[in-house]
Design a protein around this ligand. Structure first.
Ligand code: ACO
Length: 704
């Protein structure tokens, strides 16, 4: 089978056969041959058609077997009923790559033919892209083997898209916005090759400076993550994924015949791999185009220059959203910007050169932002149309100041807000790939995405860390539970597993009589918690199987009877093994640490704000394995309630090291105990720095 290194031949083939080529304009088989011809393809083109002698000036063959030379790429544009036969012929000819434009396979339920096609191709050493695609374009190969637009503008943004129709629309949109493409590949049903294979090519493609991926669902998440990490190590990647809502995910799944993974996990994985996630096509284009054509921010000091207070505030808010740090040295700012700022303006960042500013004032202010060394991150230049500004000078002012920043290697974005003349100016500037936008958010988010990417590159650390845990003991507990036909561990087994993993738990013992329970409680000291231990009761609180804060011997005996009664009422047939008596932990901050196995991305760990309202608050973050302490630390700072960790309302900072340890221990359990499917430690009560934590309750699910 063709190896990964050869994927280049799919994008830059030396010869292309088109089975189903047609001389009739309007037919897909015609358009592919026309696009190869008009795109300036320099390799050999072999139209295959049983009736034609010549198509668009190329000699046509009645069968691919009749072609003399080798065929690197075969494009199939015959109807679905003829596709398998055509694949067989292409494979017999020794083609390495087959792109199948034809629709009517997995996406409409015919997986059987799709599987046959792939099996036939792979057995013969060929790889398949598609079916149900519009084709592949590569600027390096001057090869447009798509049936879409005739005139793809060559440039430096690569687009990989699962949706064909959207891909065709993107070609039109990029051409209109003068965004040049280095690669365009439609992935379709992903019967064999997928986005990871195409990424492999663009990683090495020198023309590609940024990558836009439209994804609906990922089948092999682990390979996708590996390839994505290697891609972001060398160029920025922006991912646009449909299917955030449940209905959207269902539509995506039926659209492409692939499983759309859970969106939270996908989102986490994208960020973990250093890619940006765009919400809209426009955002994705803006970010990719900006990052492909702008120098990277060097450091962390940014300025906003504006003639309007309102847009200055909007930009400041957007900076916070994208974690863009605004330069704060008041003396330096004053020195740089006071010459062109009236007394009633502001030289505090945002620099407000006021509504009276002319193009000359902008030129001066933006010259100052260009040459001030301390402004080493980038510049956001905002403009509101005013009566005093000499509008005819807007375009030259932007052009000149942009040029100046580029000469000095400093990124700059422009947000120009106004009427028709301003819109004309933006269109003109965009044609020259100058990052001018009509919206403040588009300008700031483009710079912010670039900043976050270069920040990621500066900090990325893919080392892997596991904890030392007693895997043998945990697996023995799991095997014993499986032998009893259970799909979860009992409370005491969960505690034993936590102990074996080295996660600190409160002292506890299982009693089988009220007397024994009292005896244990007396030994532990009050208060205690009592919980039912039953294989038939997974949700203990729902069954009334948990009583907290028991303060004395009488209370223990009473609680024992109450729990027994409650649980029998909840499930009369429940077998109750006993009641666990646990030391009640002193109060701290409640978090949740857990993990599960995602169908696409494999084992993932979770951290967030814990307690009984976890499902309502949903302040949790995920990471796919493997991770290290740095990534675990990122998880801690990524939750919305991260301030609880640093200490709120006079509280001491929490013991974050012990949470990081717990996350690494849970990830090690998932890695080393393959029969454990889900772990949830909630609450995990965390104390002040140096005082550790206690895993109060754990739920562990195992595969049946
Ligand atoms: N070998 C070679 N050529 C053959 C063979 C053969 N065994 N048998 C027939 N042909 C020729 C036909 O004679 C015809 O050429 P002609 O115009 O000279 O007669 C040509 O192959 C095409 O065959 P048609 O029967 O005319 O098929 P048509 O072009 O109508 O449709 C197509 C074929 C386009 C593949 C169609 O079946 C299809 O799948 N359309 C959807 C494509 C699509 O949308 N793909 C997804 C894109 S992404 C998106 O979402 C936009």
């Amino acid at each position: 089978m063709s190896s990964k290194g050869e994927i280049k031949r799919l994008f830059e083939p030396e010869s292309v056969a088109v089975i189903g080529a047609s001389g009739t304009p309007g037919k897909i088989g015609y358009s592919v041959v026309r696009n190869l011809k008009n795109g300036g393809y320099e390799g050999k083109v072999y139209p295959i058609n049983p009736k034609a002698d010549e198509i668009l000036g190329f000699k046509s063959y009645s069968g691919i077997g009749k072609v003399d030379g080798p065929v690197d790429l075969t494009v199939i544009t015959v109807p679905a009923s003829l596709t398998l036969e055509s694949v067989k012929e292409a494979v017999a000819k020794g083609t390495k790559y087959i792109t199948i434009i034809t629709s009517g396979f997995g996406e409409v339920g015919d997986y059987e033919t799709e599987h046959k096609i792939v099996a036939c191709a792979n057995e013969g050493g060929a790889r398949v892209l598609g079916p149900n695609i519009f084709g592949v374009f590569s600027a390096a190969g001057k090869c447009n083997s798509t049936f879409s637009a005739n005139n793809i503008l060559a440039g430096n943004v690569a687009i990989l898209t699962q949706s064909g129709a959207l891909g065709i629309a993107m070609i039109g949109k990029t051409a209109a916005a003068n965004i040049g493409l280095s690669v365009m590949a439609s992935i379709g049903n992903k019967s064999d090759l997928d986005e990871a294979d195409c990424l492999e090519y663009v990683i090495h493609d020198n023309n590609t400076k940024s990558i836009l991926m439209y994804v609906e669902g990922i089948k092999d998440g682990i390979r996708f993550m590996d390839t994505l990490k290697r891609a972001t190590a060398v160029k920025p990647v922006v991912v646009l994924k449909a299917g955030r809502s449940e209905r959207g995910a269902m539509a995506a799944a039926s659209h492409t015949g692939s499983l759309a993974g859970s969106d939270e996990i996908f989102d986490a994985v994208i960020k973990q791999c250093g890619a940006a996630r765009a919400e809209t096509l426009e955002e994705a284009f803006n970010w990719c185009n900006f990052m492909a054509n702008s120098p990277p921010p060097k450091k962390d000091n940014f300025v906003i220059v504006t003639n309007g207070g309102g847009i200055g505030v909007m930009a400041t808010d957007a900076c916070e959203q994208y974690s863009i740090p605004l330069y704060d040295d008041q003396d330096k700012l004053k020195e740089a910007f006071s010459p062109m700022t009236p007394a009633f303006g502001s030289v505090k960042n945002p620099i407000d050169i006021t509504g009276g500013a002319t193009s000359k004032d902008y030129n001066l202010a933006l010259e100052a932002s260009a040459v001030t060394k301390e402004i080493d991150g980038g510049v956001m230049a905002l403009y509101c149309e005013t009566a005093t500004f000499d509008t005819e000078n807007l375009t030259p002012m932007v052009r000149d100041t942009y040029k100046r920043h580029m000469e000095l290697g400093k990124p700059i974005v422009y947000a120009l807000v106004g009427g028709e003349a301003v819109s004309d100016s933006i269109r003109t500037l965009q044609k020259d790939r100058i990052p001018a936008f009509s919206d403040v958010m588009h300008a700031v988010s483009s710079l912010g995405t670039a900043y976050n990417y270069y920040n990621y590159l500066a900090k990325v650390n893919n080392s892997v860390e596991w904890a030392k845990i007693d895997t043998k003991a945990i697996n023995a507990i799991v095997d014993a539970a499986l032998a009893e036909g259970r799909s979860f561990l009992l409370a005491n087994e969960g505690s034993a597993a936590m102990k074996a993993a080295g996660v600190s738990i409160p002292e506890s013992l299982v009693a089988t009589t009220p007397e024994q329970a009292s005896e244990f409680a007396e030994k532990m000291g009050y208060p205690v918690v009592m919980k039912v231990v039953s294989r038939d009761i997974l949700h203990k609180s729902d069954a009334g199987g948990v009583i907290l804060g028991i303060k004395n011997k009488e209370g223990v005996a009473g609680a024992y009877d109450t729990i027994m009664k409650n649980c029998k009422n909840y499930n009369a047939n429940a077998v109750i093994d006993g009641i666990e008596v646990t030391q009640m932990v002193s109060s701290g901050t409640e978090f949740i640490v857990g993990g599960r196995r995602d169908p696409a991305f494999g084992p993932v760990v979770m951290f967030g704000l814990g307690g009984v309202y976890v499902e309502v608050i949903k302040d949790v973050v995920f990471r796919a394995l493997p991770i290290n302490r740095q990534e675990a630390e990122n998880m801690l700072s990524s939750i919305k309630s991260a301030k609880f960790l640093t200490g709120v309302r006079g509280q001491e900072p929490r013991d974050t090291d012990s949470i990081i340890d717990a996350i690494i221990k849970v990830s090690t359990i998932l890695n080393e105990c393959p029969k454990i499917t889900d772990i949830e430690i909630n609450p995990i009560v965390v104390y002040e720095k140096g005082k550790g934590l206690k895993a109060v309750d754990s739920r562990i699910m195992i595969e049946k």
